[in-house]
Design a binder for this molecule. Structure first.
Ligand code: ADP
Ligand code: MG
Length: 569
């Protein structure tokens, strides 16, 4: 370990030299208040950032043990420290100076969700922040004075303002931790209460805009009001009793006129798989952790999926018990999405008519008369949604403003009326009773088999050119995995590029540790998830990075299922 003075001396020595001299900085430097690790220095100012870590011992950082006494508290505390660190960067780093990324200091970006990230790690002995810096250059020439300002002034100020408990707003940190803990505990009660989702009264569901996930704050916001017949009361340790809308297990329909808030309600349920920060408006909106949004996705590839519960033999005798295509249709993609989701462990399906294939959702009496069942390979979801619950315990929440055929199969019908949910279950039942159904049920008396596939590890190669592992994610919905760019635009519950990156790493890890010895797709997901819970996200990466956030196994599987090179055994 080197002394802090060594850093000054080194920087002064390499001033005005070529950029590669920055490599000499790699190493560990001790100050009185923290230790700086310069782990990896890029040899070019245009390359991605150089990786550094700062670590403060708990004797100096002083975080009270009760703030990280459980896994969820620790995740919440680390999440709040990433945000505070980021805020300090915004305030104290001068930012871009020189060529390429010169002057940048960047830590993992946080949105409205509280995720398990490795940008800040904390335990009984220390707290560590991991971030990237762009060592400054003019052209490719080292600018030591600028580097000194970053490393010896800006970074110490940022660290002082974010990693020492005494310098923080203790109430805000505690509120962050307690709010997250409450959500986790609310979510854990759903199953015993036979609910798939819970949305507290007064929650703010709409977002600022289609591209801004912060809460909508205008005079027109209608906060959530629960109809008394669907009201439930849950308890959480910090806030106490919370009342709100309970969405029961089974089949739930969300109906209502256009623009009355149907999709917004479903979107809140989708995102309820995550915990949210205080002030988000959805702090007490929680859903079953394995609730999966499924949509139609024309053009995607499908690899050996049994979609026969929904789609019978196709024209030209194509077998749908092991269905593959490079170019799925709306209906086959939605069928595959459901079957793959169930294979990976989905317990609740969420679907919106806005993003569903009509011929997959419904097939009415008139169409049954015109096109004989023998000529229509599709059994609509309508005929399977109850069986899915009865045979396999999988619930569905469906936005369906356009067809009353679903009244027959729904346990609960919620109508959105000017953004206010109403329980219209009994009216819908009555309408169903009074208007004779001439429609014939299709698709038989059972749901059908759930797939259980075995990925071929040789088809999952992350290498590209001379590099053994290429896993990159510049944006949330595209993963670069080896030579392939995987399109994830249909994964509406992915929220951070750090999750996407972790998915790539997860796939590499599961291939090398589980699929290589013949595990099923599902088994490897479950094993890897457990290993991450025990050892942390660093398990996925060969060196210390701060750019990973934990994905759900459901999104890992969904990514694998969209890789065009993948094969099953
Ligand atoms: P639908 O799916 O019924 O057509 P949306 O959920 O898309 O309707 O909502 C329509 C619009 O109303 C969106 O712009 C949305 O942001 C806004 N909105 C949704 N819920 C609320 C609410 N509770 N208060 C105010 N505006 C809302
Ligand atoms: Mg809609």
């Amino acid at each position: 370990m080197r002394d802090w003075q060594d850093l000054h001396a080194l920087l002064n020595r390499i001033d005005r030299r070529g950029y590669k001299s920055y490599k000499d900085l790699e190493g560990t430097y001790r100050r009185e208040d923290f230790v700086l690790n310069i782990d990896h220095v890029q040899s070019d100012p245009f390359a991605s950032l150089s990786r550094v870590r700062v670590s403060v011992s708990q004797t100096k950082a002083g975080f009270p043990p009760e703030l990280f006494s459980t896994q969820v508290r620790r995740i919440a505390l680390c999440d709040s420290l990433v945000r505070l660190f980021s805020e300090q960067i915004r305030r104290h780093a001068r930012g871009h100076r020189g060529t390429g990324h010169s002057g940048l200091i960047v830590i993992d970006r946080c949105g409205q969700e509280v995720l398990n990230r490795n940008a800040v790690r904390l335990n009984e002995s220390s707290v560590e922040a991991r971030f990237g810096i762009g060592l400054p250059a003019a052209g490719r020439t080292v600018l030591s004075q600028e580097a000194l300002a970053m490393l010896c002034e800006e970074i110490p100020t940022i660290v002082t303002g974010s990693l020492f408990y005494n310098n923080l707003d203790a109430d805000a940190v505690l509120r962050h931790v307690e709010t997250v803990e409450d959500q986790e505990i609310l979510r854990s009660q759903l199953k015993e209460k036979k609910l798939v989702s819970f949305l507290a009264d007064s929650s703010v569901l709409p977002r600022a805009s289609g591209v801004d996930d912060r809460p909508l704050h205008t005079a027109e916001v209608v906060s959530l009001k629960t109809p008394s017949s669907l009201e439930v009361e849950l308890h959480c340790p910090n806030r106490g009793a919370v009342r709100g809308l309970g969405i029961p297990e089974g089949v739930t329909l969300i109906v209502g006129g256009g623009f009355h808030g149907k999709s917004t309600l479903l979107r809140a349920i989708e995102q309820g798989v995550y915990n949210h920060i205080p002030g988000d408006g959805r702090e007490y909106v929680v859903s079953c952790p394995n609730a999966l949004k499924v949509r139609a996705e024309e053009g995607r590839s499908v690899c050996q999926v049994d979609i026969s519960p929904f789609i019978g033999p196709l024209p030209q005798g194509k077998d749908t018990r092991s269905f593959s295509t490079e170019n799925a249709s709306g209906s086959t993609s939605q069928a595959a999405g459901i079957m793959e989701g169930i294979e990976a462990g989905a317990e609740v399906l969420l679907m919106d008519e806005d993003t569903s294939a009509t011929n997959f959702m419904i097939r009415d009496h008139r169409m049954q008369q015109l096109v004989a069942k023998e000529k229509e390979p599709i059994t609509p979801f309508l005929d399977k949604v109850r069986l899915l619950f009865e045979d396999h315990g999988i619930s569905t929440v469906l936005v369906m403003g356009g067809s009353g055929d679903y009244f027959e199969v729904a346990d609960t019908v919620i109508m959105m009326d000017e953004f206010v949910p109403q329980d219209v279950t009994s009216q819908a039942r009555e309408i169903a009773r009074n208007t004779a159904v001439q429609r014939r049920p299709e698709g038989g008396g059972s749901f059908g088999k759930i797939p259980n596939r075995f990925p071929d590890p040789t088809s999952l190669s992350p290498g590209k050119g001379r590099r053994q592992v290429v896993v990159e994610a510049r944006e949330v919905l595209t993963l670069q995995f080896g030579g392939e760019s995987v399109d994830l635009k249909a994964l509406e519950q992915l929220v951070s590029p750090s999750q996407t990156r972790a998915i790539g790493r997860f796939l590499v890890y599961a291939t090398r540790n589980h699929w290589n010895r013949g595990c099923s797709l599902r088994e490897a997901l479950e094993l890897t998830r457990k290993e991450i819970a025990e050892e942390g996200l660093d398990l996925l990466s060969p060196f210390a990075t701060g750019d990973l956030a934990e994905p759900r196994p459901l999104e890992v599987a969904a990514t694998l299922n969209r890789m065009r090179g993948v094969r099953m055994r």
